[in-house]
Design a protein around this ligand. Structure first.
Ligand SMILES: [Zn+2]
Length: 447
C-alpha cells in the first residue's frame, strides 16, 4: 500500500509538521521528513484536523436508497472531512435488531470511506411502545453504544426510564429527539409572530424544552448517560446548563444549520436559487428558529454547555422536497458543509479556535458515541484519521460540491469559507478536493 508524505501541514496548536502515513498509521510526525517512493501531498497553508466524527447522520439504507445509500453517504462524509459517522436507526426496516445494525456496519466496511457506526432504535419500529433488542444490538458485532428513535421522540416517560436503565448496563447513551408530539401536531415552522404572519402552524419552543427538562431528571434518577439531539432554542440551552451544573450526565449537540440559519429564510430572501419564499429546503426538524436562538446556541457551544456539532445530514429526493411546504419532508443534507459553517459561525466570530473545532467535531463526538480509533489528536503511532482543510479558501456553494445522492442543501448559492482538500481514513478517501473512486478506497477493513 502506498506511503504518503504530507508536507508542512499546520496542526491545531499552530505548529507545522510533516506526516508520514504508512499502513494506515501516522508512522512519523516531525519536520523535514522524507521517504523514498512516498506520494507527496503539499500541505503548506493547510490545517491538519483530526478526522471529523458525526454523531447524527441519516444514511437511509436499508430502504431509502433513492435518497442516499451507505456508500454515497460515506462519500459525502469523506468530502466533508469526516472519518466516522453514526448512522441513525430510522431506516426501513428500522435498525432495531442485531441483524439490521450488523448489515449497516457491513455496508459501511464494504464502502470503506469512513467508519460507519450504526445507532440502534430505542423502541421497536420507532413506535415508542416496546423496547427494541437493545442488548442484542449492544453485544452484536456492531457493538452499538448509541440508541435513538430520532425522527421520533421517546415521549412515554416509563419507556424512557426503562430504556435509560437498560442502555446504562452497556455503557451506552440514549440520544433523544426532544419533541413533545402532542404540542407539535401539524407543526410547520417555529411558533411566533412570523408563523402567524405566514399562516403556518407553529412549533413551540416549549415542545423541545419540556422534554429535555423531563429527561435530564430521569437521567439523574437512573444515573444514566443522556444525549440531547439538535438543540434549537435558547430555553433548551438554559435547561442543559442547569442540568450540567447539577452534575447530571447529559451531553448536547447543535447542528450547523441551527448555528447559522433563521426562520426568516422561510419568508424568502435567501441567495439564488433558494430566494423564493416557502422553499422547502429550509424545512427541518427541529425548525429554524429566531436570531436570538442562533446566538444563544453559538454562545453555548463556545462555553461547553453544548458539547458537539452534529450534522443531522438528512437526504431527501427532489420529489420529497419540491412540493408545497406542508407536504414536504423535513431535513437538510449537511455533511459536506458542516466544517465551513462551523468555520464561519464559530471561528470567524472568534468564539472557537481550531483546537475547539477539533473538540466539538471530533474528540467529543467520538467520546460520547464510544467510537474507537477516532477523535484522537494527530500523533505518531496513531491511526491515520485526519483531514486537510484550506481555511483561506472561499467559494460559492453549489450542487457540484455535494458528493451525496441528494441535493437538499440550504446553502446553495451561499458563499462559505474553507475547503476540504484531503481526507485520510487509513488511506486517502479525498485528494485534491475530489472524492476518490470506490476502487481506490473499498476492499474491506482499512490498512
Ligand atoms: Zn431528530
Amino acid at each position: 500500500m502506498t506511503t504518503h508524505l504530507i508536507r508542512s501541514a499546520t496542526l491545531v496548536d499552530g505548529t507545522r509538521a510533516d506526516l508520514l502515513v504508512r499502513d494506515g498509521i501516522v508512522a512519523e510526525l516531525g519536520t523535514g521528513l522524507s521517504a523514498a517512493g512516498a506520494e507527496v501531498v503539499e500541505a503548506d497553508g493547510l490545517l491538519a484536523l483530526p478526522g471529523l466524527v458525526d454523531l447524527h447522520t441519516h444514511l437511509r439504507e436499508p430502504g431509502g436508497e433513492a435518497s442516499e445509500t451507505v456508500l454515497t453517504g460515506s462519500q459525502a462524509a469523506a468530502a466533508g472531512g469526516f472519518t466516522a459517522v453514526n448512522a441513525m436507526a430510522n431506516s426501513s426496516p428500522v435498525a432495531d435488531t442485531a441483524g439490521v445494525v450488523e448489515q449497516v456496519q457491513a455496508l459501511g466496511e464494504r464502502a470503506g470511506y469512513v467508519t460507519v457506526r450504526p445507532i440502534g432504535a430505542v423502541s421497536k419500529g420507532l413506535a415508542g411502545e416496546q423496547l427494541s433488542e437493545i442488548g442484542a444490538m449492544a453485544t452484536s458485532r456492531a457493538k452499538v453504544r448509541v440508541f435513538s428513535d430520532d425522527g421520533h421522540c421517546v415521549s412515554d416517560a416509563l419507556l424512557m426510564r426503562r430504556a435509560l436503565e437498560y442502555i446504562k448496563g452497556f455503557d451506552g447513551v440514549l440520544a433523544q429527539h426532544a419533541q413533545d408530539p402532542r404540542l407539535t401536531i401539524g407543526a410547520q415552522m417555529n411558533e411566533g409572530a412570523l408563523s402567524a404572519e405566514l399562516g403556518l402552524a407553529g412549533w413551540p419552543a416549549v415542545a423541545e424544552e419540556s422534554i429535555i427538562a423531563r429527561d435530564v431528571l430521569l437521567a439523574e434518577h437512573v444515573g444514566a448517560r443522556l444525549h440531547i439531539c439538535h438543540l434549537s432554542t435558547a430555553g433548551s440551552v438554559e435547561v442543559v446548563r442547569w442540568a450540567k451544573a447539577r452534575g447530571i450526565a447529559v451531553t448536547a449537540e447543535v447542528t450547523p444549520h441551527h448555528l447559522l440559519l433563521t426562520q426568516q429564510l422561510i419568508a424568502g430572501g435567501a441567495p439564488a436559487p433558494l430566494d423564493g419564499a416557502y422553499d422547502a429546503r429550509f424545512k427541518v426538524n427541529p425548525p429554524l428558529r429566531r436570531e436570538e436562538d442562533v446566538l444563544a446556541l453559538r454562545a453555548a457551544l463556545a462555553d461547553g454547555t453544548i458539547d458537539i456539532v452534529a450534522t443531522d445530514h438528512a437526504p431527501h429526493t427532489a420529489e420529497a422536497k419540491q412540493c408545497e411546504w406542508a407536504a414536504a419532508a423535513n431535513g437538510m443534507v449537511g455533511l459536506e458543509t458542516a466544517l465551513p459553517v462551523v468555520h464561519q459561525t464559530m471561528v470567524e466570530t472568534g468564539l472557537l479556535d481550531w483546537a475547539g473545532v477539533a473538540r466539538v467535531l471530533s474528540s467529543e463526538p467520538a467520546r460520547i458515541g464510544r467510537v474507537d480509533g477516532h477523535g484522537h489528536a494527530i500523533a505518531a503511532g496513531s491511526p491515520a484519521e485526519f483531514t486537510l482543510y484550506d481555511p483561506a479558501a472561499r467559494r460559492s456553494f453549489d450542487t457540484a460540491q455535494l458528493a451525496g445522492k441528494s441535493v437538499n442543501s440550504p446553502y446553495l448559492g451561499r458563499s462559505l469559507p474553507g475547503r476540504v482538500v484531503a481526507t485520510f481514513h487509513g488511506r486517502p478517501t479525498v485528494l485534491d478536493g475530489s472524492v476518490l473512486a470506490p476502487e481506490h478506497v473499498s476492499g474491506g477493513p482499512r490498512g
